[in-house]
Design a protein around this ligand. Sequence first.
Ligand code: HEM
Length: 397
Amino acid sequence: NSNLRLSRRRLLGGGAAALAVAGTTWGAATLAQADEPSPGQAVVPFHGVHQGGVSTPPQAHATFVGFDLRPGVDRAAVIGIMKMWTADAARLTAGMPALADTEKELAVDPSRLTITVGYGPGLFTALGLQDRAPAWCAPLPSYPIDRLEDRWGATDLLLQICSDDPVTVAHAVRVLTKNARSLTSIRWTQKGFRSARGTAPEGTTMRNLMGQVDGTVNPAPGTTDFDSLVWSDGADQPWLAGGTSLVLRRIRMEMDTWDELDRPARELTMGRTLSNGAPLTGTDEFDEADFTATDRFGIPVIPPGSHIARSHRMHEGEQFFRRAYNYDDPPEGEETSNSGLIFAAFQRDIAAQYLPVQQRLSDFDALNEWTTPIGSAVYLIPPGCEENDYLGSGLLK
Ligand code: HEM
């Protein structure tokens, strides 16, 4: 493999590239020195105040794995898992094989790999640490729109593994799950995707499988808004400072009945155009929606029951960061498609920021006719860690 890499680099970049390869054949170092690093060499730093995979521009592929602790697993054992996952994640995200990696060639192209760990309410119960979780860290209330299936339900632990390369994702999933198998069992795996890297210019808002531009109105990573909406300051729980929470909902799209809708009806359902995602009161994707505008008959241009009218914040605190992925799995039974959204919302406080919006959408949302929540889980996302430390140490130590 390193020979292949060398000759490719020589072809691309001549002497300087060959020199880079002589220094090291692995990941980050190659990226820093090569003339033209391949997208595969791109690295998201693992260590730091926050875990990766939240403010990271979404990679093309994601696998979410929900784990339950096996009976009798105690705090010391969970610390063991965390130390192992931290060590392996630090290496894999840098393009280095995990310790005892049995397929180490699969580790060389991280393609912006991030590995994000989450703790479900069940972990706190299992370890007798209930008083260390904020009160709002609990399953969402059940909503009349829900058709939840146990197989996509709450779990004790979560891994969110994202990369622009699906082979890299598969390898990281394999390494991290097999090393924890004596202490955990896998409850579910949810695989999601967005457009391949390079398909559209960087920063293009994704499209979901209903064809809509999805993710336009969203706090922007790197802004003070994002920081205060997403990252915990530790007021709830000191150990959570720099962490956040995740609401993970699996929402099926009813594609057969959605097909029966013509384009204007689809746009009225959302309140935005399909062509570029502009609000029906504007022309550009990022134009501010005007929920008060009416047409010449006095009818609101954006229907009050449309998805954006219902989900729009009623005050600044009702915001969260959406980082969703499409899923498109093999149809089951008589289905013609089995697609939807792995809806992922990050916020510092689920009760204050997320629940009011979810309640409104459950009360009414024109889109509900064509979407069905079938899975729901919540997690605390512990802060990141520095070298020599491990994820979750603030809670578990
Ligand atoms: C906006 C799709 C579920 C909250 C949007 C937009 C689309 C969309 C296309 C407009 C573009 C944008 O600003 O992103 C969907 C689909 C869903 C779904 C297909 C289910 C399959 C949810 C859920 C929530 C939610 C469960 C939260 C409980 C929001 C919010 C906005 C939004 C807050 C921005 C509203 C604004 O202020 O303009 N969604 N969504 N969505 N959605 Fe959803």
